[in-house]
Ligand binder design. Sequence first.
Ligand code: ADP
Ligand code: ZN
Ligand code: ZN
Length: 767
Amino acid sequence: MLAKVAIDLALDRLFTYEVPEALQKKLAVGQLLSVPFGHREARGFAVEVGANGTQDLRRETLDARGLTSKVSSPKFKLRPITAIVDETPFFSEKLLELVKKTASYTASPIESVLRAALPAAVLKRSARAKELLFVEKRDQGLGIRDQGLTQRQKWLVENIERLGGGWLQQLCRELKTTPASLKTLSEKGLITIEVRAKRRDPLANRRILPTKPLPLNEEQKRALEAIEGEDLRRETGDARQGEDFRRKTLDGSKVSRLTSSRPVLLFGVTGSGKTEVYLQAIAKELAAGRGAIVMVPEIALTPQTVSRFASRFGDRVAVLHSALSDGERYDEWHRIRSGEARVVVGPRSAVWAPVRDLGLIVVDEEHEPSYKQDELPRYHARDIAVLRGAVEGVRVVLGSATPSLESWMNVKRGKYELVEMRSRAGAGTLPSVRLVEMKGGSIFSPELLEAVHLRLDRHEQVILFLNRRGYSTSAVCASCGYVVTCPACGVAYTYHRADSCLRCHVCGGWVPVPATCSQCRSSAFDFRGIGTQRAEAALQKCFPRATVLRMDADSTSRKNSHDDLLSAFRRGEADILLGTQMIAKGLDFPNVTLVGVLNADASLNLPDFRAGERTYQLLAQVAGRAGRAELPGEVIVQTRDSDAPVMKSVLRGDFADFATEELAARKECFLPPACHLALIGFRSKDLKQVSNWATMYAKSLQRLKDVRVSDATPGALEKADGWYRWQIVLRAVSASAIVRAWRWISAERPVPGGLRVSFDIDAFSIL
Ligand code: ADP
Ligand code: ZN
Ligand code: ZN
């Protein structure tokens, strides 16, 4: 018997071992093993297990990129596995299948995917369950042996019973006693003191009030039916036929869902009650003995979001996110694997949660860029969720008020089922949206200033939103707002300071900065946006008596400061919240009646093919912030380009219209989702080396027929921390053609030390 093992050393291949007799019965895929490696022992996961006779297993080793390589020579003697470290597998067969598919789709080493799928804390010795002494009253205690007890001792035993026991240290503090006195009681047989694992609960200090399901409105009912519908039909359908369709889960006990069910795109305006629909869909899964995963963008993973799930499902909820301690993560992960926790709430990594008898995966705000991981393995968690749904035969729900064009196209192609919710579920109506055309260099329009004054007078709150442009810049005419754009790709040129020219990052073409604007003949181009600090200063000047909270990457770098700032604003400690993209989503402030967008164009002018889509999403999400409670809301959008189709669609709140137009434009220019797009990134401290290699890669790849390859260009941020960056963009209808091209070139032309190359399939942006 042989086993293929992934060893956590980023070796990008699997190693084959002999399985000794003694281990053959116990060995299973997903187990953590100890194996000889060189002159030492290494740990690794069993990824494949097969009989000795399987020639495939012996002679070919499938490496993590999916390339097969022959095991050295026939004389090569396989070494035996030393031991099984943990008999309970860390990965189910299904999860391993998902890991392998992810590794091959993203061209990432399988170990990197395994590492992403299993929190490091789970394997850390230091994170192991914390064991403490627990004190409890013995069942047949007092009464039989209470003679000879002092008043004080009787009182202690009674109180230990009243409290239902407790941790030794805590009890001593509460009952003002000592461990020695309790030990005496235990020797008398009145109480027990034993070692127990103490759960490290991330929600321990949170007050969570239980909630009941709300009666659903018509739209919500339809959404819920769509999510569970097919399943019900199936279960009540022809029994014989049903039997063929049903598949057993790993332990063979429960019937799991069908693979054939399509993902549902729940397209509901902000506040339409999507979360309530998720909650009730999950409740049904729990009632049927199945579990669920709820993914939310990292930034929306606020205490309020988690509380909504914990309030409904109590201890059955496990939370996984980056702010957990190792101990909390260890305990939460084990609670999920053991089946004690049935509902997992977390960011993109939650897609790997080892939930038992999984029945449903929810991806909330499915359009959010934070679902894409920007380090190895560069997977998109929404896509992995859909893949997991197919692999495990569970239903996937993607929710958003502004769906990604990828998902929208999948609806159009019949791959996803669309359910719409157009009206708000709770109090409040959608706010009115007003566009204000900006002239000159001012930050605030008279209309916005007046509206802010009005709110301050009424003691209502205001959110002002500054669309930041970050490091990447485009050339914007300072007088008319025209943006210089690549005619072939329809994407704004990126301004490169080093040689002051404009480059298109899709095709690699370039032009010098024009002397005058082609629209208005003015000669001044603006390459930078307004910063939050400048806006804050201007705001203080206009409203000296108002309290302003500024929220951006600088003001929220401290842990928890994000939550602290938002709580302070919620408590009414400030009149105006000024911030970047950060404040655009997931927040619910009842007293906010005005939202102002200071520079709507900044993201529209980004030299990226998703600029229009991102702008629509940001504006729609921002608009959703105002007037969520009883007070009516108003949104003022300042723009230099009120004729842009995006602005008009936002004004009408017409996503479908926008999406149709944008999809047509993407198709026209051969951009995602009409194709797949990948980015090859080069980094080096040596400018010559990076440009030579990028150029050479581009030239070689351009000879391929099935992939469209750009010229090499410097990155939007050409140099950072002493590293020069260049890139190439690859486009093709099929993702696998791109991955094949990458595998070919990286094997053909391995780069020298000092040069780092990365590959990002379905790159979120080309900046
Ligand atoms: P979304 O997730 O779509 O933004 P939420 O689920 O947060 O919307 O719901 C918005 C508000 O409407 C919340 O305050 C919620 O409690 C309320 N709500 C949701 N469903 C109902 C319902 N059926 N009846 C009354 N209020 C509801
Ligand atoms: Zn102009
Ligand atoms: Zn171009």
